[in-house]
Design a protein around this ligand. Structure first.
Ligand SMILES: Cc1cc2nc3c(=O)[nH]c(=O)nc-3n(C[C@H](O)[C@H](O)[C@H](O)COP(=O)(O)O)c2cc1C
Length: 312
């Protein structure tokens, strides 16, 4: 089976998931090509593939504009083409399930039929920085889920995310973010910590950052992907109205050796525990069915529970 996965990733989370998915599909004998959506030219023939995958980070409960624009350029299919979607988001909110509504509409009109959609929680690249322990846990869980999902995809079994009531309307409203990127992007600034390495100029997916007379200029074509500010080594980029939500510096996804201060522990416990439990159940059921010895999964909230018990 030949599979093409086209992806956009602002700060690397979705890219990680895509390459792990590719590895899992290849392990099961599929031939997989990966295309980075921001690459200048799409010179692949969609007709050569049995399944097309689109992967992206959820932006304001939607697919990023870049991804929708790419989908509009994909050719119409004469015969129905099997489509799957992979997405990552910072939180396991059910509202994230609406993120593919518009994408599905665009591609549905071109005869791409969604059969499977998989979602993975990955650490936030905006709002707040997850602890290393949480980032590690999310990636650990994703790595265990991906081979199961990839196997399901190859088996032909359909799997979609749950519908959300008024999903299309809500997704439409939240797509204001696409316009917000244009408005807010122009408000980006660098402070005097900038070391003029030009990394931001070179890595912006929409070429929105330019160097004019030795000064960085931010245009109106910002994808809101956070790549420039997230990877800025000097943390010199101010991201306009969202400065308070800025996350700077890549996650290392390794198991932390020292305990960290977690200012969002209570929130995280409430918001993510259900997601982790749901994934752990799926992994456990799969392992039981396939006679696979269980690996320990870590409980990043354990510590907190002990403290709470002591308090009681
Ligand atoms: C502009 C913007 C909007 C976002 N909106 C959401 C959202 O609606 N829901 C959510 O759970 N995470 C949201 N996130 C978090 C990202 O989806 C998440 O961190 C993702 O894994 C980043 O993937 P990437 O590294 O491939 O860009 C948002 C991030 C950005 C930058």
């Amino acid at each position: 089976m030949k599979i093409l996965i086209c992806y956009f990733s602002g700060t690397g989370n979705t890219q990680r998931v895509v390459y792990k998915f590719k590895e899992a599909l290849a392990d099961k004998g599929a031939e997989v090509d990966v295309f980075r959506i921001e690459s200048p030219e799409f010179n692949l023939n969609v007709n050569d593939y049995d399944k097309i995958g689109i992967a992206y980070p959820v932006h304001a409960f939607n697919a990023p504009k870049l991804v929708l624009d790419f989908a509009k350029k994909l050719p119409n299919m004469e015969n129905e083409k099997s489509l799957f979607i992979l997405n990552t988001s910072g939180e396991p909110l059910k509202l994230n399930n609406i993120s593919s509504v518009k994408l599905r509409k665009i591609l549905g009109r071109k005869n791409y039929e969604l059969t499977n959609e998989y979602h993975y929680c990955m650490p936030y690249n905006i709002i707040f920085r997850h602890t290393d322990a949480m980032a590690y846990k999310m990636w650990d869980i994703a790595q265990k889920m991906i081979p199961i999902d990839a196997e399901e995809l190859l088996s032909g079994k359909h799997s979609k995310l749950d519908d959300v009531i008024f999903g299309s309307l809500l997704a439409y409203i939240f797509r204001v973010e696409h316009w917000g990127g244009r408005f807010n992007g122009k408000r980006y600034k660098v402070n005097d910590k900038c070391c003029h390495c030009n990394a931001c100029v070179n890595m912006c997916p929409t070429h929105n950052i330019t160097l004019e007379n030795g000064e960085l200029k931010f245009g109106k074509n910002c994808a809101m992907c956070m790549r420039c500010s997230f990877f800025c080594r000097e943390n010199a980029i101010k991201i306009g109205l969202f400065e308070k939500w800025k996350v700077n510096g890549p996650y290392n996804f390794e198991k932390p050796k020292v305990e960290e201060v977690d200012n969002h522990k209570k929130f995280c416990k409430k918001a993510y525990q259900k997601y982790f439990e749901m994934c752990e159940n799926k992994i456990h059921n799969y392992n039981t069915l396939n006679n696979i010895a269980e690996e320990e999964t870590e409980n990043v909230f354990e510590e907190d529970e002990i403290v709470e018990k002591v308090k009681n």
